[in-house]
Design a protein around this ligand. Sequence first.
Ligand SMILES: Nc1nc2c(c(=O)[nH]1)N[C@H]1C(S)=C(S)[C@@H](COP(=O)(O)OP(=O)(O)OC[C@H]3O[C@@H](n4cnc5c(=O)[nH]c(N)nc54)[C@H](O)[C@@H]3O)O[C@H]1N2
Ligand SMILES: Nc1nc2c(c(=O)[nH]1)N[C@H]1C(S)=C(S)[C@@H](COP(=O)(O)OP(=O)(O)OC[C@H]3O[C@@H](n4cnc5c(=O)[nH]c(N)nc54)[C@H](O)[C@@H]3O)O[C@H]1N2
Ligand code: SF4
Ligand SMILES: [Mo]
Length: 736
Amino acid sequence: MSPREIPTYCRICEPLCGLIATVEDGKLLQLRADKEHPLSRGNACPKGIAFTAVQNDPDRVLYPLRRTATGFERVGWDEALDDIGARLRGIMREHGRESLGWYFGNPSSFSYSHTLWIVGFQLAAGLRHVYSAGSQDVNNRFVASHLLYGSLTSVPVPDLDRTEFLLMLGANPVVSHGSVISVPRIREKLTAITKRGGRVVVVDPRRTETARLFEHVGIRPDGDAWLLASLLQVIFAEGLEDTEALRRQAAGVRELRAAVARFTPEATAEVTGLDPDRVRILARDLATAGSAAVYGRTGTCLGRHATLVAFLIDALAVVTGNLDAPGGSVFGKELVAVSELNARLGLIGYGKSRSRIGDFPDVLGTFPAAIMAKEITTPGPGQLRALFTSAGNPASSVPNPRELSTALDQLDLFVSIDLYVNDTNRKADYILPATTFLERDDIPLPFAALSPTPYTQYTERVLEPAGEAREEWQIIDALATRIGVTPFTAGPARPLGRLFSTLRRKLPGGSTLRPTPTLLVDLALRTGPYGDRFGLRRDGLSLAKLRRHPHGLVLSDSIPTGVLRKVVQHKDNRVHLAPPEITAELTTLTAPPTDPSYPLRVIGMRELKSHNSWMHNAEPLMRGSRRQQARIHPKDAAAANIPDGAPCRITSPHGSITVPILLTEDMTPGTIAIPHGWGHRGGWHLANAAGGANVNDLTSTNLEDIERLAGMSNLNGIPVRIEPVVLAEHRPDQAV
Ligand SMILES: Nc1nc2c(c(=O)[nH]1)N[C@H]1C(S)=C(S)[C@@H](COP(=O)(O)OP(=O)(O)OC[C@H]3O[C@@H](n4cnc5c(=O)[nH]c(N)nc54)[C@H](O)[C@@H]3O)O[C@H]1N2
Ligand SMILES: Nc1nc2c(c(=O)[nH]1)N[C@H]1C(S)=C(S)[C@@H](COP(=O)(O)OP(=O)(O)OC[C@H]3O[C@@H](n4cnc5c(=O)[nH]c(N)nc54)[C@H](O)[C@@H]3O)O[C@H]1N2
Ligand code: SF4
Ligand SMILES: [Mo]
């Protein structure tokens, strides 16, 4: 058969760029950027193109694997599922359901069926130990939205196409391609702001690829809460706040004003490292700009005050009259009414339960991944004994991964659903092979609301599953059956369960047919905000309509504003600017203690050709002997007597790693940037051979090091010291 060219889209990161897959005899020959995609218009990054190497990777897991004394052996699906089911039932009989747990990783958010079925299973099985990559990523953002708007899932995005001033903190979209915002060609969108006479100000301890294109404010790590409080202080003190907007939208203005009063730019200069005059001018410019958007990403999420920082980012938008206003921070419309449904049914929320270890509130039904190890090792009722991971590599991505790795050995049962034997599931009893994104149908449900140009796309699977790979939802469904639960049918999800039963009756084939994700999503889409209401709305969406537009569909030119009343769920219908959690933290905020034994700070960074921990086995991304490097200012390296390129021992109070250094004046002195996701020990040959160290070995899971409000891991601003490595001392497994 001659090759076929099939439009689909990339599901590695948030722009969701359009791709064309060339397929011959059921095999993927290549991926290229889709010129007909309405937004990415022929643009894709090296990772998207290199996904061919993941798809066809000889190291991929294609059959269920079972651990034996000597390594993994291939087993049949039924044998694997039956044994897992029997062991689960045994564990549940002896220790109750509360001994079961699940960790789902970052790639799960790009699969609607995977996410849906995890939530359905969690609710039906009454799972308590649920963890995700969110506590290393974005949960603080959700909690800030809960406090401000009474709605966890309402997150504003910068209105890039219309803004005159973008203040961006702790994000490097030129490399990351944007996150908690879904925009292909984001670099062009940003440069367009300055081309039309606007400004982009990037607050980051490193002069990043993004900062280099615009104005750079070189803040000290973890100084953001102080900077934002100072910006608010100046705006209030100089009467630059938008009183009209505040009167209309907000409650707690007086209390916020009082809480930030002590944070003058002079008072915060020590922590931020910034010139007070520059901060004052920034505050004035932001407040007087025709329109302004404030945006923060992982650099503001992985410090010690993550929720406070996310909160102050939006508070600044409110106080300057830029929330829900054109060119400001705006709220996109959801493709399916998740927030509304959730508010009505109360399915998942914030602080509905507390963790056994550390008493942390749940965020959307999940607890901090940083406590997972202690939940496994601490005896008592509710001890975590059977763990599933899907699309996650927590032994690489969470703080203190050594602690987690050791804890995994103690589990009664550990099952992983993944593409690879990774750094975590090498300890599993079973690894179940998942389909890649090209082997499943998809629609990017959560991302339509995060796109300044709302759009969506539906794709069928482009390839049949390789080997015996299965979709996650099918695996979850099969596991659920083995322990006698049906996703979505119990607890607060009962109304959905009833809907399922109705559907089942109406389906051809009768009661034996279980509802599928495709069926469910079509229903949600058609009844959702953009839906066709089964023909009542002529231009509305349905899967059938999306199938007729295989390159994707733009839903409107921009995000409509003036929607705040619908977004805010607080009873008084106002944005709450002074919830007690926030004012208390502002009142007690003190400069982080400095320890002369650890004078420097480590922060994270992303690389164009890495994706968290899982693309280091893709040959096209690893050419030229790519290695992990620690970026450091020449002055700091000279003081420690370490020449450029030499291995360097980096030691924190919690651990030590060895990484070669790269001298660059892009770093603010005192700060070292190290990419995460290196130092592999899985079943992926190229990744293992690439060496490197796990930067998270420097980080801590001590309860006082986990952010209180959202349970965020502290992965940025880690105090360290550096030393040269004498060659005899360093072993090949240590990084270089
Ligand atoms: N120090 C430090 N640590 C960090 C960060 C940082 O900035 N600094 N960033 C954090 C962030 S933002 C995140 S999101 C987390 C990520 O943390 P995790 O989600 O725990 O880890 P990933 O590295 O994304 O690993 C994803 C796994 O999913 C598998 N996979 C890929 N596609 C699929 C699929 O379609 N189905 C299935 N079943 N499996 C799949 C891959 O093989 C891989 O094993 O880590 C974070 N950790
Ligand atoms: N190529 C590539 N793209 C990716 C990923 C990848 O691994 N590789 N991962 C994807 C994922 S899971 C995510 S969540 C997104 C993340 O998207 P981004 O957050 O845009 O990604 P980063 O490059 O980590 O940017 C964080 C920035 O914060 C800065 N920073 C560190 N500490 C501080 C601080 O205390 N204050 C301030 N103001 N800045 C600080 C760092 O120097 C860095 O430049 O990227 C996604 N896209
Ligand atoms: S930026 Fe790259 S990895 Fe991200 S969606 Fe686009 S092609 Fe895929
Ligand atoms: Mo992430």
